[in-house]
Design a binder for this molecule. Sequence first.
Ligand SMILES: C[S@@+](CC[C@H](N)C(=O)[O-])C[C@H]1O[C@@H](n2cnc3c(N)ncnc32)[C@H](O)[C@@H]1O
Length: 452
Amino acid sequence: MTNAVNIRELVLGILMEVTGKGTHSHLVIRDVLSKYQYLGKQERSFITRVSIGTLEQMILIDYIIDQFSSVKVKKMKPVIRNILRSAVYQLKWMDSIPDSAVCNEAVKLTRKKGFQGLSGFVNGVLRSITRGLAEIRYPDEKENPAEYMGIRYSQPLWLTQMWLARFGPETTGQILRAFLDESPTCIRCSTGKIRAEELADKLNLQGIETIPSPYIKEAMEIRGYDHLGALPEFKQGLFQVQDVSSMLAVRIAAPAKGDIVYDVCAAPGGKSLYLAELMENTGMVTARDLTPYKVGLIEENIQRSGLTNIRAQVWDACVLDESAVETADLVLADLPCSGLGVLGRKPDIKYHMSPGQMQELCRLQREILGTVHNYVKKGGVLVYSTCTIDREENEENLDWFLNKFPFHLEKIDPYLCEELRNGTTARGYLQLLPGVHRADGFFMARLRKDGE
Ligand SMILES: C[S@@+](CC[C@H](N)C(=O)[O-])C[C@H]1O[C@@H](n2cnc3c(N)ncnc32)[C@H](O)[C@@H]1O
């Protein structure tokens, strides 16, 4: 590994930024990897794996440290607690690194960061953990299942309590395990440009493994790539990075050729592009988001795609656009949400989210839905979707909407493969659950406006 840069110091920087300032981990990691592009594949994957892994397992890691340290994690200096956290991650989950190397590197980093006087403490705690790792005591599973699951699967207690009450222990276990499994990168083949099999062949030739999704033929999971953005197939717009759950939301929207479509919360534009592609360069997709920065992301993606039936606009979805009223065949409301369905990809969400924030999001979702339904023509379609598995933001918002506005749910079975059909899809909505489905957690509903 390169001597010039201490990759453990980079990991520490990422953890400090995410835990201290609340910046989203995927953004911090992306920035570090792009700043240190010259690092080798092995070093880049070490940085990603240890940062994500430590954040993912942080509740369990802190529980372990607290069993062996005289000073509780909460009372430690932030630098020290983050050095210990990433070291414990390596000790417990990375067998390929010798324990002595993990401890020595952590001690060196402690000194380098100016905490000479605490290097003995760090060394002592890590050596005790190394010796006692096999004998960790967990909360009693039978007596206190929520606490047990919270520690075992490293989730905040309020989340395990909420999910146990809603889904029961078996499904909750499936969901929590899935969050800790590696979340595969999923791509959507732009079938207007290349067949999925042909794209898979091209990627396979570069050593990238491709696994077709069971749900949609243009979706595939990929593994074994280094820098996705550098692949020629990406630059040529032959594929987009998009989870199959997002693709399904577009599938149930089922745009027709020539449709007028509004995607009211569109950045970075994944669903808008798919809608435009399915419309085969006819009609018009208006892809909106709140800020010029976000709309810039949509524009970049439009440019790479080469599609001409899509335009990007800055527009606050809470503000009524008089000119759009009753003009749309289809409105997609893929709204800001708590993101609890994608905890496997964005583990820090679980530390930032709270029941209070979820209520606030619910209020925003209602405000947006209460505005954008006006754009749907009589007889047109509104698709509501979120990447969460929270009843209030999903089913309860849907009930609220149906009680208030002249829309009815429409069966989505015709747009889904057999495996995804169930009682709710026959009514008009689908809740995907990680671990239960081979997809991110996602909610989608198809509503038709009453009238012609
Ligand atoms: C779930 S993301 C959308 C993902 C997007 N549909 C896609 O598939 O690529 C929600 C988006 O809503 C945007 N947003 C939040 N509040 C908004 C508002 N008041 N008006 C418009 N967009 C908003 C956020 O900036 C964010 O990009």
